[in-house]
Write a protein that binds this ligand. Sequence first.
Ligand code: G5P
Ligand code: MG
Length: 217
Amino acid sequence: MPLRLVLLGAPGSGKGTLTSRLLKQIPHLTSISTGDLLRTEIQNSTPIGRLADAYIKEGKLLPDELMAGMVETELVRRNIIDKSFLLDGFPRTSSQALELERRLQDNRINLVVELDVPPDVIVGRIANRWMHSSGRVYNLEYNPPKVPFRDDVTGEPLFQRPDDNPETVRKRLKTYYEQLEPIKRFYQSRGVYDRVGGETSDIIFPQLYRLVKSRLE
Ligand code: G5P
Ligand code: MG
């Protein structure tokens, strides 16, 4: 059966980092990151991009319907709605989860994994995050680029996210923890919820990989 996986985790919990690692091990999995989709829209100055820019800078969530529509369009565009996929950063509210279920019909999400990382660890990580427009993520301490402040693949300069300043990070974390219980209850009621935890992605990855492998077998 195809794996339809959702990674649920606080800002900076390692959703992007762990997604890249999973994709290296499981090449037929396709990932969609709503944060990356929105940043591309912003870069291209589309109407959605202009709207997203205002929300993201404030550390606020975009409207549920808009996000669900965006993800559905992407699943259809990539022709993976009935195949294995991984969603990074969506759904993140119970109403997004319900809306996604309605749109997926028979292709329901069959594994949701919460990444449980202590908030005090997260704040330091985000301060040291640098990224490339492709979505590749670096950390000055944990996974530094080969050449300082340059992307490993293209050599282009890296940048820091405008929503990675301490004040906005605090707001994003608050929103995440407010939404966690309702979405957790939603997926627990569907019998697909699991959790992995630890202070580093090196500790979390083997736990996540085991869960994912067991569903693929
Ligand atoms: P995003 O882009 O989805 P967030 O806030 O959910 O943003 P973020 O910040 O992208 O999540 P992440 O992907 O969980 O975090 O973490 P990461 O980038 O992999 O790791 C963070 C840093 O830690 C990196 O520098 C990495 O190298 C480092 N790192 C990883 N592991 C370790 C480790 O073990 N040790 C150390 N020292 N470092 C490590 O969404 C952005 C905005 O878009 C909108 C919202 O406004 C949102 O705020 N949005 C939505 N709005 C509504 N609904 C949705 N579904 C939306 N999705 C996005
Ligand atoms: Mg991310």
